[in-house]
Design a protein around this ligand. Structure first.
Ligand SMILES: NC(=O)c1ccc[n+]([C@@H]2O[C@H](COP(=O)([O-])OP(=O)(O)OC[C@H]3O[C@@H](n4cnc5c(N)ncnc54)[C@H](OP(=O)(O)O)[C@@H]3O)[C@@H](O)[C@H]2O)c1
Length: 260
C-alpha cells in the first residue's frame, strides 16, 4: 500500500492559478493537504488561497526565471518538510506552418522543459531533505499524451512534452537509489483556459475537476505513470503501434488544408 498522501502532506504546486493546477490545488486542500501555490499571476493565486485559509500560501514566480525561483525557495518550507512537488506549469502554442517561426518551438520548450527543469533546481534539495528523514518524497511532472501521435500544428508543444517525459523518466532512474519517486502525468484533453482556445474537435475531453481527482487517486495508489482518460490514451497507444507510413497518412489527413 502506498504511503503517498496517506497523511497530511506539504505540496508545492506550479501552474496553480488556472485550469488543471487550480483544480488539483482545491482537490488536495479538500483532502487535508497544505499547498504552496505558484504561477505568475499573484492575484489569481491569492484568490485561490483565500478560499483555503491556513492551508495554502502563494509564492508567485515565473518558472522560467531562475531569480524568481530563488526568491520563493524558502517558502517551500512554509508548512514544514516538503513531501511532494507537482510541476504542472505549462503552455501550448501552435505552429502556423504557412508562417513557420522557430520562436513557437522555443516558447513551448522554454516554459514546458526549461521552466520545469529550473523548478527542479529548488524542489530537489527540499525533497532530498525530507527523504533524509526517512519520509516519502515525490516529484510529479505534468506532461501530456499529445506527443504520442504526430498532431499537425503541435510541433512545438509535442516536442516539449516528449522531451519533458524523457527528462522525468531519466530523472526517475537517477533518483531511484535515493528513494525519491518521480511520477509522470499524461492527460488527454482537459477543459481549461488553455484548451478553450482550440478550434478543433477534442475527443473524450474531461473537466479539470475530473482530471484533478484522477491525479490525486493515481498519486495515492503509488502510480509512477498516470495517464487519462483511458479511451483517449489507449486509442493513441493503439495508433502508435501502426506502421509509420500509416501514421503519417492519418496525421496528414488530419492536418488543416488551408495552411499552405
Ligand atoms: N488542458 C489540457 O487538455 C492538457 C492536456 C495535457 C497536458 N496539459 C498540461 O497541463 C498543464 C496545465 O495546463 P492547463 O490546461 O491547466 O492550462 P492553463 O489553464 O493555461 O494553466 C497553465 C498554468 O501554468 C502557469 N504558467 C504558465 N507559464 C508559466 C510560467 N512561465 N511560470 C509560472 N507559471 C506558468 C499559468 O499561470 P500564470 O499564467 O499565472 O503564470 C497557469 O496557472 C500544462 O503543463 C499542460 O501542458 C493540459
Amino acid at each position: 500500500m502506498s504511503k503517498r498522501l496517506s497523511s497530511k502532506s506539504n505540496i508545492w504546486l506550479t501552474g496553480a492559478s488556472s485550469g488543471i493546477g487550480e483544480a488539483v490545488a482545491r482537490e488536495l486542500a479538500n483532502h487535508g493537504h497544505n499547498l504552496i501555490i505558484t504561477g505568475r499571476r499573484q492575484e489569481a493565486l491569492e484568490a485561490l488561497a483565500s478560499g483555503h485559509p491556513g492551508q495554502m500560501v502563494s509564492a508567485a514566480a515565473d518558472t522560467t526565471v531562475e531569480a524568481d525561483l530563488a526568491g520563493i525557495q524558502e517558502t517551500l518550507g512554509h508548512f514544514g518538510d516538503l513531501d511532494m512537488a507537482i510541476l504542472n506549469a505549462g503552455t501550448c502554442e501552435y505552429l502556423d506552418v504557412a508562417n513557420y517561426d522557430s520562436k513557437i518551438i522555443e516558447a513551448n520548450i522554454m516554459t514546458n522543459v526549461v521552466g520545469t527543469a529550473r523548478s527542479v533546481d529548488i524542489a530537489l534539495p527540499a525533497l532530498r531533505a525530507t527523504r533524509a528523514k526517512g519520509k516519502p518524497a515525490t516529484l510529479v511532472i505534468v506532461s501530456s499524451s499529445a506527443w504520442w501521435f504526430p498532431f499537425a500544428r503541435a510541433e512545438g508543444y509535442g516536442a516539449s512534452k516528449a522531451a519533458l517525459t524523457y527528462f522525468a523518466q531519466a530523472l526517475r532512474a537517477d533518483l531511484a537509489a535515493e528513494g525519491i519517486d518521480v511520477v509522470v502525468v499524461s492527460p488527454g484533453f482537459v477543459k481549461t483556459p488553455l484548451t478553450d482556445r482550440n478550434d478543433f474537435p477534442m475527443p473524450f475531453i474531461i473537466s479539470a475537476e475530473d482530471a484533478a481527482t484522477r491525479i490525486r487517486t493515481g498519486l495515492e495508489k503509488g502510480r509512477s505513470e498516470i495517464a487519462f482518460p483511458r479511451r483517449f490514451t489507449w486509442t493513441l497507444k493503439a495508433l502508435g503501434a501502426l506502421p509509420q507510413s500509416i501514421i503519417d497518412r492519418m496525421a496528414a489527413s488530419m492536418a488543416r488544408k488551408d495552411n499552405h
